[in-house]
Design a binder for this molecule. Structure first.
Ligand SMILES: [Zn+2]
Length: 204
């Protein structure tokens, strides 16, 4: 039986944990199974096999020896690992949907993110984020209109608390962001996108 970092003082690989925390806050949830065992389920798009393989490896790093199993839903892969101690690692677990209750990190979780902000951002942006092409046009002095294409990252989440954690982590790595819509945080400066690309990599 895997020992718990919180109950038993077992080793926790903080970088993997930070990334998994991002995934949990993005597209993860816990369910309770038999005999108090909890299941961590993370949903992700089937189009990203490398990202899904990475997610399974992360779960196995946080719960040593944990063997993820997967189920397919239309367009979707659900990766699951069972463990009695998931609520110790994700104390944000509670009744109701994440955006209908406060999501506040404990001090030890904040320390994990502060130590590995890029890992946390990778989890957040690879679950609830996207990198897409955007464009704008500008009229030049001679009257012609020129189109400019640029990539941007966007993080979309219904929870103001989770969006706040995303902004906090972006501040930690000095990537400029703005709230571009009610539920959307955008990184769209050229330097900011380049820095975020280098820190978190693309979904693949
Ligand atoms: Zn525990």
């Amino acid at each position: 039986m895997a020992r718990c970092p919180r109950c038993d003082g077992a080793f926790l690989e903080l970088e993997a944990y930070g990334e998994l925390l991002g995934w949990y806050l993005g597209d993860g949830h816990l369910t309770t199974g038999r005999r108090g065992v909890h299941n961590l389920h993370i949903h992700n798009d089937l189009r990203y096999p490398a990202t899904n393989a990475r997610l399974a490896a992360l779960m196995g790093a946080v719960k040593p020896g944990g063997r993820p199993h997967t189920r397919r839903r239309p367009g979707m892969l659900i990766t699951t690992v069972s463990w009695r101690h998931w609520p110790c690692l994700f104390p944000q677990h509670g009744p109701g949907r994440k955006h209908e209750r406060p999501i506040v990190l404990e001090a030890w979780q904040r320390e994990a993110v502060e130590a590995h902000p890029a890992a946390f951002l990778r989890g957040l942006f690879h679950s609830d984020g996207s990198r897409s092409a955007n464009w704008t046009s500008r009229r030049l002095r001679d009257g012609t209109v020129r189109r400019y294409d640029y990539p941007r990252w966007q993080f979309v989440n219904a929870s103001a608390d989770i969006r706040g954690l995303c902004c906090w982590a972006l501040d930690l790595v000095e990537v400029p962001w703005r709230q571009s819509a009610h539920r959307t945080i955008s990184v769209s400066t050229r330097a900011g996108v380049a820095r975020l690309d280098a820190l978190i990599g693309l979904k693949s």
